[in-house]
Design a protein around this ligand. Structure first.
Ligand SMILES: [Zn+2]
Length: 239
C-alpha cells in the first residue's frame, strides 16, 4: 500500500520515499507524488533520485496488481542493479507535464458543467483531453469554447473533500460517469467540487482555481456513435 500524497496535495512535486518492492514491472515506494494512470488521467513521468546523485528515469506510473499499490515504470535502458529494498530515494515528477494534466483535467469538469449528460469515456494527456458524452443532441464548438472561457475567467475555487459511501448512495446524481465508478470498499469517496459549478467523485489531480486552467479551446467534436458525442480539448497556446 503506497501513501498517495498527490490525493491530498496535487501541487507536491517531490517527496522522500523508500523502496518497498522491485521487479520487472517497476518500482514501488512507501509513499509517492506520482499519479498512476486512472480515471482517464495519464500516469506521471519523472525521476527517482538516489543518494549518490544518480537518477532512474520514470516514464509512466501504473496501479499495481495488489490493491493500493503504485508501480513506477522505469525507462527501458535503466540499470536497476543499484536499487535495493528499503533504499531511500527522492521521487520527483515531471511537473510541466503533470500541470498540463491538472489544467486539462479541471477543464473536463468545466465541460461537464456545460454539457448536462452522462460521461461514458474520458482521456487526459499532456497534449489533449477528450470526453465522451452519452447524448445525441448536436454540440457547438464555439459555444463550448466560450463557455469554458467564461468559467475560467470567473476564477472558481476548486477543492476536494471526502464523503461517506452512504452519503454518495443518497446522492446518485453525483456520479456523472457511466464508465468509471468511484472506488468502493474504503468507506469514503473523494469528491471534487468546483464551487457552484460541478461536484462529482474524482480521484484525479486538479488545479486549485478554474483561472489556472488558462486558455483551453474545443478543437474537435465528433459523433462517435448514435448516442456518443466526443469533445476534444486543446490548449490555445500549444507550447
Ligand atoms: Zn477530476
Amino acid at each position: 500500500m503506497t501513501d498517495e500524497l498527490f490525493r491530498e496535495d496535487a501541487t507536491l512535486q517531490r517527496c522522500e520515499a523508500h523502496i518497498t518492492a522491485l521487479d520487472a514491472a517497476g518500482i514501488e515506494l512507501d509513499r509517492t507524488v506520482f499519479y498512476p494512470l486512472g480515471g482517464g488521467q495519464a500516469g506521471d513521468a519523472g525521476v527517482l533520485r538516489l543518494d549518490d546523485g544518480s537518477e532512474v528515469r520514470i516514464v509512466d506510473t501504473r496501479k499495481g496488481t495488489q490493491p493500493g499499490a503504485i508501480v513506477h515504470v522505469p525507462a527501458p535502458e535503466s540499470d536497476l542493479s543499484r536499487l535495493q529494498l528499503g533504499q531511500r530515494v527522492i521521487a520527483q515528477i515531471d511537473w510541466q507535464r503533470r500541470h498540463r494534466h491538472m489544467r486539462f483535467h479541471t477543464a473536463t469538469h468545466l465541460l461537464c458543467a456545460l454539457v448536462p449528460h452522462p460521461v461514458d469515456g474520458c482521456s487526459i494527456t499532456a497534449d489533449y483531453a477528450r470526453l465522451d458524452f452519452h447524448m445525441n443532441e448536436p454540440l457547438d464548438k464555439a459555444v463550448l469554447t466560450d463557455g469554458i472561457a467564461r468559467l475560467v475567467a470567473a476564477a472558481h475555487p476548486v477543492r476536494h473533500r471526502w464523503i461517506s459511501e452512504d452519503e454518495l448512495d443518497a446522492n446518485p446524481g453525483l456520479v456523472r460517469s457511466m464508465s468509471v465508478q468511484p472506488p468502493r470498499g474504503l468507506g469514503r469517496v473523494r469528491v471534487l467540487e468546483i464551487e457552484g459549478i460541478d461536484l462529482q467523485p474524482c480521484g484525479g489531480t486538479h488545479v486549485a482555481n478554474s483561472a489556472e486552467v488558462g486558455a483551453v479551446v474545443v478543437t474537435k467534436i465528433e459523433k462517435k456513435s448514435a448516442m456518443t458525442r466526443r469533445v476534444v480539448l486543446g490548449f490555445a497556446d500549444p507550447a
